[in-house]
Design a binder for this molecule. Sequence first.
Ligand SMILES: [Fe+2]
Ligand SMILES: [Fe+2]
Length: 204
Amino acid sequence: MNFNESTTKTNLVRSFAAECQAGARYQFMSKKALADQQKFLSDTMKTLAKNEMAHAKVFYDHIIEMSGGNVKNISFEAGYPFEVSELRNSLLEESKIEEAEATNIYPSFARIAKDEGFDEIARSFQLVANVEATHHKILQYLGTIYKSNKMYKRNQPTEWKCSNCGNVKLDKEGWKECPLCTMTQGYIIIDLEKELRNLEMVKD
Ligand SMILES: [Fe+2]
Ligand SMILES: [Fe+2]
C-alpha cells in the first residue's frame, strides 16, 4: 500500500495533532497546579506533558520517514477538545480522553496500520496505547482524590515524604507544612505506582 494514499498516514497526522494538544494542555495544567500550591501534581503533569510530546515526535518521525523527507504541508481537519476547565475537573476529563486513546483509538489505528502493511507504525500505535492506559489510571486517580480533597488523606497509615527535604512520616494524613523544611503540603510525594497497585489489589 502506498503510504500517501493510506489511512495510516491520516491516522498519524491525527495522532500527531492530538499528542501535541495533550502535551500543551498538560503544561497548562502543570502551571495551574503550581499556582494552586500543588507542587507534586504540577511535577506529575509536567512528566505526562513530556511523555505526550515524545509520542508526538514518534508520529512526526514516522510521517517524515515514510514520506521520504519531502512532505511540505498536510492540510487536515481534526477535533480540538476545549472542555478542559478547572483543575479539579480537568484531571478527570483528561483521563477520559486517555482512556479512549488507550482502549479504542490507538489499538484501532494499530490494526489498520497492520492491515495496510505498516508493521513498525502499528507497533508504535500499540506501545503508545499502553502508555496512555497508564496515563488514564494516573489521571483518574489524581482527579478523584483532588476533587474530593483527599490528595493527602488516606484510610490507612501511609508514608508521606517531602520532595524538598526528604522528611518522612507515617500517618493517615500528610502534614500541612513540612515539620523539617516548612514547605507546603503540595510538596509531599504521592507514591503513584504503589497506590495504583494497591487499588488494583482491592479491585481483584
Ligand atoms: Fe500520548
Ligand atoms: Fe497520555
